[in-house]
Write a new protein. Structure first.
Length: 254
């Protein structure tokens, strides 16, 4: 059965945030503990990672990831790529290169940020990831299935969500172009970023994300990329039917 696991559902600081003593950061509810956002998709027997979050090692161990066939990047911000070095563990086990996909800007930034990975002249004593970086301009075939990029806006930058089967996964987002909305209608499941309660220039709030969900009308929806203003129990109780907060380790069929 195809599935998507939310490896992390937190924003760039994670929750709890370092040094913070707010009610969410000191909460004893395990669903108020959020690693940086990423997702693991099992698709027709293939293992796919969406983003290499800062917390990838912990996430992979907790989820029991033992193989990896492809990586799809939403964008190049630190919380979504800084776990990239952990991919070398899969190289050690699988002894083959891992294909990675993203838009051109994100891949160019990754090449700059992690030059040691792509420059064959830069040796690394502990080994380094063996990756191919592939610009994505349309659906990518993984095994016998398709992963379709969904362009969205994260403030002023172009980033990607991904549609797999009839499920879409979108994290950092503040606007969805009309052409992309056509890819997101009549979904079985929509996972979408909803940073918190207050207005933000580069992220939907919970209220704005719910408005998008109401417009797109998926059968069910999950909010992710949540900050420490969002207490799981309190926020969950105010959501409309069919909309839930995602939590670290949640696995859904897709």
């Amino acid at each position: 059965m195809d599935s998507l696991t939310f490896l992390g559902t937190g924003t760039s600081t994670g929750v709890p945030m370092i040094g913070c003593e707010c009610s969410v950061c000191v909460s004893d509810n395990p669903r108020d503990i959020r690693l940086r956002s990423s997702a693991w998709v099992l698709l027709g027997g293939r293992s796919i990672l969406i983003d290499t979050s800062t917390d990838l090692r912990v996430q992979a161990l907790a989820a029991g990831m033992r193989k990896l066939d492809a990586v799809f990047f939403t964008h190049h911000h630190a919380d979504h790529v800084h776990g990239i070095d952990e991919l070398r563990s899969f190289n050690f086990i699988q002894k083959k290169q891992i294909p990675c996909y993203g838009n051109k800007e994100s891949l160019e930034r990754i090449k700059t940020m992690f030059a040691y990975i792509v420059d064959p002249g830069m040796a690394d004593g502990g080994g380094k990831p063996d990756l191919s970086l592939n610009p994505i301009n349309g659906p990518v075939k993984v095994g016998d299935r398709l992963v379709t990029p969904v362009p969205v806006m994260h403030g002023k930058i172009d980033v990607l969500g991904y549609k797999i089967n009839n499920t879409a996964y979108i994290t950092d987002c503040s606007g969805i172009p009309s052409a992309s909305e056509s890819l997101l209608t009549n979904l079985d499941t929509l996972a979408i970023g909803a940073l918190g309660l207050k207005s933000h220039p580069t992220h939907f709030t919970i209220e704005q994300a719910v408005e998008v969900i109401d417009r797109l009308k998926p059968k069910r929806a999950f909010l992710t990329h949540l900050n420490h203003s969002v207490g799981f129990e309190t926020a969950s109780s105010s959501l409309p039917d069919g909309v839930e907060l995602a939590w670290d380790g949640l696995r859904i069929e897709i």
